[in-house]
Design a protein around this ligand. Structure first.
Ligand SMILES: [Zn+2]
Ligand SMILES: [Zn+2]
Length: 183
């Protein structure tokens, strides 16, 4: 008998203006990997989450400041920071519903170059990483696994955009259906 698996339903919630091709890329790739993906109309950032001194949003604050029904991936072009970390690429609720990624430090322009393919790959990796936390995955020791913690963009560029075999096993134990064969 086939094992019952759950497909994830994901909503992408842009905050403020977000690069349209990146959002469309996320919609199509994430729907191939996870299942149903819907892009919502942009919402403004909650300004009480803005730190004027650091000129960044507090990711945890933004994450908690929106009510959600389904798994929701917030996407912002602004820089984020959290707790003791000077900046974060994203944050998510472990086994929760909310995840957020910032495109700010994923843009090759931030490091003085231009490469749309590289940008899109980074956006996908960070999205798959944060959604992995939502599904219950913690950080993985395998530096090639998308669940490896990215201290800098070099870690992000080094890792692949998929979960390693160990992480895939954990997901299948949790009954989650994830499919990397369509992209
Ligand atoms: Zn993480
Ligand atoms: Zn892994």
């Amino acid at each position: 008998m086939a094992k019952k698996t759950k497909k994830l339903k994901i909503k992408i919630q842009p905050l403020g203006y977000v690069n349209k091709p990146a959002v469309e890329f996320l919609r199509s790739t994430l729907s191939n990997i996870f299942g149903d993906v819907e892009v919502l109309k942009p919402l403004p950032h909650n300004e009480f989450c803005y730190d004027r001194f650091r000129r960044k949003y507090i990711s945890t604050c933004l994450l908690k400041s929106f009510d959600v029904d389904d798994v929701t991936l917030f996407v912002t072009e602004h820089d984020l920071f959290a707790d003791m970390m000077n900046f974060v690429f994203g944050e998510a609720e472990l086994n929760g519903k909310r995840a957020i990624i910032s495109l700010y430090r994923l843009k090759p322009e931030f490091y003085g170059s231009k490469d749309d393919d590289l940008f899109f790959q980074r956006v996908l990796k960070e999205a798959v990483h944060e959604l992995g936390h939502v599904l219950g995955l913690v950080h993985c020791k395998n530096p090639k696994c998308v669940m490896h913690f990215s201290n800098s963009i070099l870690d992000t560029d080094f890792k692949e955009w998929r979960y390693c075999d160990d992480c895939m096993k954990k997901l299948s134990k949790l009954g989650m259906e994830v499919n990397f064969s369509k992209i």
